[in-house]
Design a protein around this ligand. Structure first.
Ligand code: ATP
Ligand code: MG
Length: 418
């Protein structure tokens, strides 16, 4: 390559782009409307006391939760952000988490009320006697600690509600990430989501001082609707999607403007188009180009030269894992879908895989995994930009490996592949 001198220079510049999990981007593009809506949500008595924030993986939900928490704290609210896990599908575990969170928040509330260390310790170690925290001006109305998880959840939230009613803080906001995991399971008699909704309903009846933002994959919305019919009145549903073209340009252009380096407009344009404004990919592409091109000004030719290795790294870092979570039968469906240029209807999919039983269920699972989405009545398409190309690349590679192997073992190549 030609740029020994510029290389020395660019090495000193920090890469502004940040592909990662919940990593704050150098510029939060395209979310102004949502942030304004959030400020209003805090300032007013909103129509819906809670939010459900849904979007595919890598669209920026966790980042937004962090920004919401910071804004709410700034406005005088107490906040707590938690990433839910598989174990919270169990209502006992979810109740435990909620009680833990209420404890942590009450400790902070008591500090705010100026009572200080001694009481804080007391609250922590004598949890069942927490009712005596009345010294700081609130007396949770609770009779007996009940073993039922739903009651524990209601109790935890009502204690927070009383604390918030004390006027400091202005309110309490729980931000729960990965909340699509909270589905009721009738067969196992586990009702974490219904329990949480009932507790919220009880505590928000008079004044919604304690509020929740649930964030997760799109199935969260469905789970909420299934859990309680009145959840519709409790939750405002907001979708965190890919960035509009102009916002995607800003996501790259604004950090670059102060970075000390330049990407040719055609490079930025190509990244915006290829990634479809998908936030994680925007960061990934830009970070990769930044570190693998040494010229200070990245030309289209520089970009094209590193593109194959960029895509290869994307396969390893992103697509392979996502493809592997699908079962072998689900993978066959993805491969059949990749043979089409766009959305595919179920009858057509059945033509591709005539021997495959239970197609509806398999497709639904792929939707739940966030790999495909319903693009219209009975039609499905890939949920992630570039995923179709990936599946095609992969299928070609698998075919190649097979043919090399069969050649080596003397099996008739055509017979093996067909
Ligand atoms: N508005 C935005 N503008 C530019 N980049 C963004 C924006 N939002 C998120 N990103 C970037 O996208 C990546 C993914 O963000 P984040 O982890 O918040 O997504 P997520 O929706 O929580 O994903 P997952 O479902 O996998 O948890 C991060 O690298 C982040 O910096
Ligand atoms: Mg996340």
């Amino acid at each position: 390559m030609t740029q020994a001198e510029p290389k020395a220079r660019t090495e000193q510049l920090a890469n502004p782009f940040r592909p990662g999990n919940g990593v704050v981007p150098p510029y939060l593009a395209g979310r102004d409307a949502m942030l304004n809506a959030f400020d209003e949500f805090l300032a007013e008595r909103p129509l819906h006391a809670n939010w459900a924030l849904t979007g595919l993986r890598g669209t920026g939900k966790t980042v937004l939760l962090g920004v919401f928490a910071a804004r709410a704290e700034h406005a005088g609210w107490l906040t707590l952000q938690r990433e839910l896990g598989e174990r919270h599908r169990d209502d006992e575990r979810l109740a435990e988490a909620l009680v833990e969170d209420a404890d942590a928040l009450l400790r902070r509330a008591s500090m705010l009320a100026g009572v200080g260390q001694a009481l804080e310790q007391g609250v922590r170690f004598l949890r069942p006697r927490r009712v005596t925290v009345g010294e700081v001006g609130y007396e949770p109305a609770y009779a007996e600690r009940s073993a039922a998880p739903a009651d524990q959840m209601r109790q935890a939230l009502s204690e927070l509600d009383v604390a918030a009613g004390d006027a400091r803080p202005r309110g309490v906001l729980l931000l729960y990430d990965e909340a699509h995991l909270l589905a009721d399971d009738r067969a196992r008699e586990r009702f974490p989501l219904s329990g949480l909704l009932a507790a919220l309903g009880a505590v928000q009846r008079a004044e919604p001082r304690v509020r929740v933002i649930l964030s997760g994959l799109p199935t969260l919305s469905l789970n909420l609707k299934r859990a309680r019919t009145y959840a519709e009145r409790m939750f405002r549903h907001l979708v965190v999607g890919n960035l509009e073209r102009g916002d995607a340009w800003d996501a790259l252009g604004i950090p670059l403007a102060t970075s000390g380096r330049r990407f040719a407009l055609s490079v930025v344009g190509d990244i915006v188009e290829q990634t479809g404004g998908y936030p994680y990919f925007l960061q990934f592409f830009a970070a990769y180009v930044w570190r693998s091109v040494s010229a200070n000004e990245v030309s289209l030719a520089d970009y094209r030269a590193v593109e194959p290795s960029l895509l290869h790294e994307l396969d390893l870092a992103f697509f392979d894992d996502r493809f592997e979570v699908a079962s072998p039968t689900e993978q066959r469906i993805l491969e059949a879908m990749a043979r089409e240029a766009g959305a595919i209807r179920l009858p057509r999919l059945r033509q591709h895989l005539p021997e495959q039983a239970g197609m509806d269920l398999l497709v639904r699972r792929l939707v739940e995994r966030g790999l495909i989405y319903r693009a219209g009545r009975g039609a499905y398409d890939f949920a992630l930009p570039l995923f179709r190309d990936y599946v095609r690349r992969r299928a070609k590679l698998t075919e190649l490996t097979r043919s090399v192997r069969s050649a080596a073992t003397g099996v008739d190549r055509a017979g093996d592949v067909q």
